[in-house]
Design a protein around this ligand. Sequence first.
Ligand code: NAP
Length: 522
Amino acid sequence: MIITGDSLIGGQAVKGTGAAFRAYNPSLQQSMDPEFTTADVNQIDQACRLAEAAFDTFRSLSDEKRAVFLETIGEQIMALGDVLVERVMAESGLPRARVEGERGRTVGQLKLFANLLREGSWNDVRIDKALPERAPPRPDIRMRMIGLGPVAVFSASNFPLAFSVAGGDTASAFAAGCPVVLKAHFAHPGTSELVGRAVVKAVEICGLPAGVFSLLTGVGNEIGQEVVRHPAIKAVGFTGSRGGGLALMAVAAARPVPIPVYAEMSSINPVFLLPKALATRAEELAAGFSASLVLGVGQMCTNPGLVIGIAGPDLDRFKAVASTALAGGAACAMLSPGIAGSYKRGITQLADNADVNTLALAPQSEGKAAPALFDTSSAAFLDQHVLSEEVFGPASLVVACKDIAEMRQIAEELEGQLTATLLMDEADLDAAAQLLPVLERKVGRILANGYPTGVEVCSAMVHGGPFPSTSDGRSTSVGTGAITRFLRPVSYQNLPQQLLPQVLRDEGGAPWRRLEGELNHK
Ligand code: NAP
């Protein structure tokens, strides 16, 4: 399949009239063919209107038909073969194994949502039948979920497949019956077009209205803001910087009809080294932590950017082993020059801070990132908010506390996070129990004896958390729970059976239903 540099609007390849740009190969540090163009305001309007026009047909499809559509997208992505893998590698600097793994995850996510649709519980059917003899009489009331409407999805730079054009946000929006207007990330426009064409092909194969999916290519904040402002758009899915997420939240809130923004922004993912585990296996924990920190050149939203332990010889052993492992780490290409520049600024700021010691700082080079490890006292950490800000890349800060109470105080002061990790032994249960209530308030996922990078895609996964890790801590962007972001409930009171949606009818309704308050399966 050839990359033309176009946007894909309702199935048509369209040249934008805005600024031209090229993709950039961060490993070779050179720009790539072809030239891409930026979609203009009229094209954005057209994509959003087509999505609006497609919504009623798309959401009224049977669960089976939408499941087949999701699976067809996966098949079309696989059919792109090595062309896709090589383009992702060239645009992201990520190695083949990671890209192939991410492709598998992307297709797996699409299948997971197809299975969710077939299983049917997402409809959340509730039926309270009429009680005409009751005083006062109760009407027949039935409820189900429907899609919100067209969703604007912003691709993430750090997952060019799994969190981009046909990634988790798109899969969950499609599963909910919502058309998608996709803002491609400027760091991987060729990857976006290839996957976009695979989605367009799936739309054609399944005979769906063309407006179910559009891909908007371009540079500049205006495209994304214009999409979010468009009255046809009813929700937003975003993964990226805190600044970007906050800007889009402000645009969404300023609309005449405000809409929800599900933005995943920044997280430093604290790792708590509990004392007994640290005493018995400081070296092993340091090795595991170092490997997690450098995964994907540290460009993971779940990167362990903060380590909290109790000062003493055990923490010193942990720091010594981690420092040696990280200081020897090679500088690797980051996803884009912008991300490399912000990593460099972040580690320079830490290295220049009078209250921070540099434990490991491998030589850095242009456009690349080498690992970095710093440490500081609990007093300095609690005093300087800047020390709890995300440095996106393979850098982490160790904070030395005097006891568990102080660890708990640090946890209490943290902003909302995607994850918190407890590295613990059985003898640490009491200490962990002291931290747990605080962590439950602060994070979306609590792990024991693992590392936060590597997010399982399953129905119990929460990849979300209180602000600012996400804009709305009631949701997850990974796993089947992600569908709820794009749904809303509708009740039907006393409607004749023929007018009720099929899932709410007495005959042939949804397999899962909460009948008179009791959940059961037909
Ligand atoms: P980004 O700058 O937030 O961009 C993400 C997307 O949002 C792009 O499509 C961008 O396109 C758009 N955007 C950004 N600011 C916008 C604004 N003010 N108005 C409208 N649209 C806007 O993120 P990035 O380029 O992926 O990476 C930059 C930094 O984000 C990283 O250094 C890192 O700190 C953070 N990041 C965090 C995570 C995470 O999971 N926590 C993941 C990736 C990146 P345009 O610029 O073309 O508008």
